[in-house]
Structures are given as structure tokens and as C-alpha cells.
Design a protein around this ligand. Structure first.
Ligand code: F6R
Length: 606
């Protein structure tokens, strides 16, 4: 979603802002802009579309000189993508960039109009800029404080006041913002990758705190004006992690990073061959005593939860309910202090997941977050956190984050099954060892990726597609289908293979390719029967299954064979071809793989 950057220091501010915005491109955006304060003048430049458009416009303007400025990539919520709706917003006196949503903007707008203000954009952000202007009488903090008291919703703001050279003000509520510290320079950013080129040291701004970046030095205060000492954090991601490193796209790079991500995520949680997640504060005893487990998340993270459900239920015999966060919030869930709610999120900032967490806590349930981004809101607010160590995921389509989320679910399932006495120590050790062997098998699949390229070449002209599977294979089909549709723009559905006959098979023709995931050997014959049913209706069929299993030509047009491990762990292998098929199909269709249309990396609005 929207990205914020800001810079005060000796460097050429425009260049720093553009560099930093480029690092936030992955969040998804449809327009961009900057405002630079120099010699008592705020110069603004904005452009719809990619950053290249903004760069070109700045060049046409003859460049923008200065050492203090703010920048923004906008993902439209209020008002269409356009030059006018792009940030920064403001006037000659005050200029702002904003992430989040101002919920009471209509009321505020009416009031400001009565006071003679006119509005040129359709955004909620312009209201904040005008409100700051209205309250400003020479004291920026007073204007910020009064504005803050009027606005409702979520916001992270970067603010320039014409009368205060070399100074950026910032405040936030429910939208993340970091303040980074360089050598005689300071930055604001909505996300760590934006500042990695310049520094790794940063502070997390908390809701209700004001940051003042003056002459390259950051200081903090409460809304009442009391100074705050903040802990300086050091990012453990490096620039390389946020660069493509020779790959054509971040998505391909991140697919290849999966073996390492799994190792980094599980190694610290395997002690003497046994799973051990106690580091997060959840002991074996606690794990055993939870009455119900809920998994709540969105999109791909929710799909990881579905794999978690199958595995926990199968091994530990504990029932698990998986909810889409936007539904969970409003279905008045029945929760008690004996329940565990697991929130899964790569970014740790997804609005619906965050609200589901707050609701669960309000109702007394214990909350465990499986999160990738350190210090993110969900990680900080949950009772317990298990970080996934995937490193920064830049491509909008999630791959390595999903992989490590399911790796964590396996550890939870093994430990819970052992705690419940459903598996003995030998079995727990065996499963944990199998899990540790996954990375080397993924390397084997990655070495054969031309199989997936071939399948992509067969799918490239399809308009509709079906993914089918049973059990864990069905859970995986959901993720395969989402991955394909979000980056290739081909309509696809995932279906429980046995459910097809109950309606959907009427769609199957020679124009409806079907990808079947068939890794669960106890369900093999049943799924193959379903594949035969679609084949009989002339569908082109592609099967992802064990390498050693032969599939007759009259069943599958093409087979992707993958190595064999315990069936329970097969999703970790089978998802890789599904990711690669989606990737290559998107490439062949000439799409912007890492930044698919209409999508944002971190969905911070409801
Ligand atoms: C799809 C994808 C999304 C996210 C979803 C949740 O590839 O990435 O479906 O999984 O928006 O995001 P997080 O995990 O950040 O909460």
C-alpha cells in the first residue's frame, strides 16, 4: 500500500527520496510525489503512474534542489489514481504525506468549507493538510496536536512547515512509521527497505508520539510535549536482501530463497532433534491445555493456516478453525480465555488481521502471532510471537513467507501432537528430521524448473483454469490458484476434487485446463478418478505428483514429478512448482510480475 519517505541531511534530497521510494515500490502504488523545502519554499512534484513518470516530471521542471523533503507512493483509496490525488498535499505553508485512512474526513471537510477552505482533490489526506494549515499559527507542534485531536482513523504523517527549514515532523496512529538515524542525517519511512541503502539504525515511532527530525537529528515527544528516549534498533536485513541479486524478478529470487528461509526459520526451534517453540513463551503445558485453536489471516497467509489446520488436526487431534480475518472480525466469534488464536501475517500490518487480534484479546483469548516483519504492529500486540525468518519479501506475490509460515505450523503441530501424547518421541524426532530435509529437496525441484516453464507455455492463452486436490493437496491448490490469478490475471478456481461433480464440472471443456495436485497417497486413486472425469470432458490436465509414480498419458497431458518425503510434508515441495508455473505464466503474458495491477504488498486498510 502507500509508502512514505522523508529525508533531512547533507545529501541531495530529491535523489534520496526517489531512491527510497523505489525501495517501497513493492508495496504497490499508482502514483508518486515529493515535496522539498528549501529557502522557505516548498516545491512539490507529483505524477500518476510509475516512479519513472515522476522522475521525468522532476527533470522537466529542471530538478528540485534541497536537503529536506518528503515523498510518497500512493495506492488509491479515496479518489482515483491521478496527479491531483497524489501526495504530498498542502499549500505554500504546510505539506504532508499520509498513509492510512481518515474516517471522519467528510465531517471535517464540511467544517473546513464553512471556514472558507476549498479542496482540489478527492482525498481524505487533503483534509489533514488543510486542518494543519487552519491550526497553524507559527507553532507546528500546537498545530499537530490540535489536528491529531480532530482526526479519526489510521495515519502515519510526514509534515513540512515552510517556516521551519531542515525539519520534518511526523506522527502516527495504527499505520507504521520508522525514523532512521544516519551520520548527521535522518529519515522517515513506512518500511525498513526504504532506508537500508543509507543506514540500518532506526526507531519505531509509536502511536501518539511526535518525531521531529531537525538538521539531521531525530528527537521524540509525547503529545503533551514530554521528551521521549527511544530504543535504537538495528535492521538485520541488508541491502542485498532488498535487491534482485541477478534474478529477473524479486518473485523468482524469493522462490529460490526458500530453502535458506526454511533453515533459518526452523533451526533455532529444533533442540536436540525435537521441536521447541517455547522461546515465544508458549510452553508444552500451555499448548496442551488450549481448548480450541483458531487461525486468522488473509490471502496467502490464510492458506498457510489451512495447511496448519490439516496438519494439526491430523497429528495432534485438536480441532482448528481457520478464518479469513475480514470475516472473523464481524462474525462475533465465540472465544474464551482457554482458546488460542494464531494470527498469521508476513507484514504484521494487515488491517483486518490486526483488528482480529485486538478482538481476540478483548475477548480474553490468548494470541500467538506468526509474523515476518520484526516490530510490526501484530508482532508487538500479540501475547506471543513466532517470527518467521524469511528476510524482506519484496514481490507482492508471497512465496517464501508462505513457505516459512507452513514450516512454523509443522513445528507447532509436531510439538502439540507430542504434548498431547498423540505421537511418541521417536515419531516426533522422525517428523522433525523430515522437516529439516525439505530444503535440499526444494533445491532439486528448482533445478528442474523448465518443467514449469513448459506448463506455463501451455497455459499462457487460457482464460480460465481449475486447480484440484484432496486433503492437504486441496489446501495447496488454493494457494496455487491464488498465485496464478494474482500475477497472470487468468481467472482460476481451486476446488476440492470430489466436489467438482456437484456443479462446477459443467464448466469443464477443452478450454479449461486443470492442474491436479496429487501427493497424498491415501487419496491418490480418488483424485486420479476426478482427473479422469475432467479428461473425459476434454480438459488439458497437468499433474503435480511424486516423481516415482507413473501417470498414464490418457490421464495427464503432462506430469511434474517431485521428490518424495513424508506425505504430510509434501505441501512444502508441491507448492514450489505451483509458484513457478504462476511466475512463468505471468512472465510469458508480459505482466509486471512483482507489481501486479491493483494489488498492494501490505494491506493496511480494511
Ligand atoms: C498473495 C499475498 C496476499 C497476502 C495477504 C496477507 O500473494 O501476498 O494474499 O498474503 O495480503 O498479507 P500479510 O501476510 O502481510 O498479512
Amino acid at each position: 500500500m502507500c509508502g512514505i519517505v522523508g529525508y533531512v541531511g547533507a545529501r541531495d534530497c530529491t535523489q534520496v527520496l526517489l531512491d527510497s521510494l523505489a525501495k517501497l515500490e513493492y508495496r504497490g502504488y499508482d502514483s508518486a510525489g515529493i515535496a522539498v523545502l528549501d529557502n522557505d519554499v516548498i516545491t512539490t512534484c507529483k505524477a500518476q503512474g510509475r516512479l519513472a513518470n515522476l522522475e521525468e516530471r522532476i527533470r522537466q521542471q529542471g530538478g528540485i534542489k534541497g536537503h529536506c523533503g518528503i515523498g510518497h507512493t500512493r495506492w488509491a483509496t479515496h479518489g482515483e489514481p491521478s496527479d491531483i490525488n497524489s501526495h504530498p498535499h498542502g499549500n505554500a505553508v504546510v505539506s504532508i504525506v499520509h498513509n492510512g485512512i481518515i474516517e471522519n474526513y467528510k465531517t471535517l471537510k464540511e467544517r473546513l468549507e464553512k471556514k472558507g477552505y476549498t479542496f482540489i482533490s478527492q482525498t481524505d489526506t487533503e483534509i489533514v493538510a488543510k486542518l494543519l494549515d487552519y491550526y497553524y499559527n507559527g507553532d507546528p507542534i500546537e498545530a499537530i496536536r490540535k489536528t491529531e485531536a480532530r482526526i479519526e482513523g489510521s495515519y502515519a504523517l510526514g509534515i513540512l512547515f515552510r517556516d521551519f527549514p531542515n525539519t520534518i515532523y511526523s506522527i502516527r496512529k495504527d499505520s507504521p512509521l520508522i525514523v532512521a538515524k544516519g551520520d548527521g542525517e535522518a529519515f522517515i519511512a513506512s518500511d525498513v527497505p526504504a532506508i537500508l541503502k543509507y543506514t540500518k539504525e532506526y526507531y519505531l515511532l509509536e502511536s501518539g508520539e511526535i518525531a521531529i527530525l531537525h538538521e539531521g537529528v531525530a528527537s521524540f515527544m509525547t503529545l503533551d510535549g514530554d521528551p521521549i528516549e527511544k530504543e535504537l534498533l538495528v535492521a538485520n536485513w541488508d541491502m542485498e536482501a532488498a535487491e534482485k541479486g541477478g534474478y529477473e524478478h524479486f518473485m523468482l529470487k524469493e522462490i529460490h530463497e526458500q530453502p535458506t528461509a526454511i533453515k533459518t526459520t526452523i533451526a533455532p526451534r529444533i533442540v536436540d532433534g525435537m521441536p521447541d517453540i517455547e522461546e515465544c513463551g508458549v510452553t508444552l503445558q500451555m499448548l496442551k491445555n488450549f481448548n480450541n485453536i483458531f487461525v486468522v489471516a488473509c490471502g496467502t497467509a490464510m492458506h498457510a493456516g489451512i495447511v496448519g489446520k490439516y496438519v494439526i488436526e491430523k497429528l495432534a487431534r485438536v480441532s482448528v478453525t481457520v478464518d479469513v480475518a475480514s470475516e472473523f472480525r464481524y462474525r462475533n466469534p465465540i472465544l474464551s480465555p482457554d482458546d488460542l488464536v494464531i494470527l498469521v501475517s508476513q507484514s504484521g500490518e494487515t488491517a483486518d488481521t490486526k483488528e482480529a487480534l485486538r478482538l481476540s484479546k478483548d475477548r480474553g483469548a490468548k494470541t500467538l502471532a506468526i509474523v515476518n516483519v520484526k516490530g510490526s504492529s501484530i508482532a508487538r500486540e500479540a501475547d506471543y510471537v513466532l517470527y518467521t525468518h524469511a528476510g524482506p519479501e519484496i514481490s507482492v506475490a508471497s512465496t517464501k513467507a508462505y513457505m516459512v509460515q507452513i514450516a512454523v505450523f509443522y513445528l507447532i503441530a509436531f510439538e502439540l501432537a507430542y504434548a498431547k501424547g498423540q505421537i511418541d518421541e521417536d515419531e516426533c524426532r522422525r517428523l522433525t528430521k523430515e522437516l529439516s530435509s525439505v530444503p535440499k529437496f526444494i533445491d532439486v525441484i528448482l533445478a528442474q524448473k523448465d518443467n514449469c516453464q513448459y506448463v506455463a507455455s501451455k497455459l499462457v492463452n487460457a482464460e480460465n483454469l481449475l486447480y484440484i486436490g484432496r486433503g492437504l493437496d486441496y489446501a495447496l491448490s488454493m494457494e496455487g490458484s491464488l498465485k496464478l490469478k494474482e500475477i497472470s490475471y487468468i481467472h482460476s478456481e481451486s476446488y476440492a476434487a470430489g466436489e467438482l461433480k456437484h456443479g462446477t464440472i459443467s464448466l469443464v471443456t477443452d478450454q479449461m485446463p486443470v492442474i491436479a495436485v496429487v501427493t497424498q497417497r491415501d487419496l491418490f486413486d480418488k483424485t486420479i478418478s476426478n482427473v479422469k472425469e475432467v479428461k473425459a470432458r476434454k480438459a488439458q490436465t497437468f499433474i503435480v505428483t511424486h516423481q516415482y509414480i507413473n501417470i498414464d498419458d490418457d490421464v495427464a497431458d503432462y506430469k511434474i514429478g517431485i521428490p518424495t518425503i513424508d506425505d504430510m510434508l509434501m505441501p512444502m515441495l508441491a507448492v514450489v512448482p505451483l509458484q513457478l508455473i504462476a511466475y512463468y505464466t505471468s512472465v510469458l503474458r508480459g505482466n509486471d510480475v512483482d507489481k501486479p495491477r491493483n494489488l498492494a504488498k501490505s494491506v493496511t486498510v480494511e
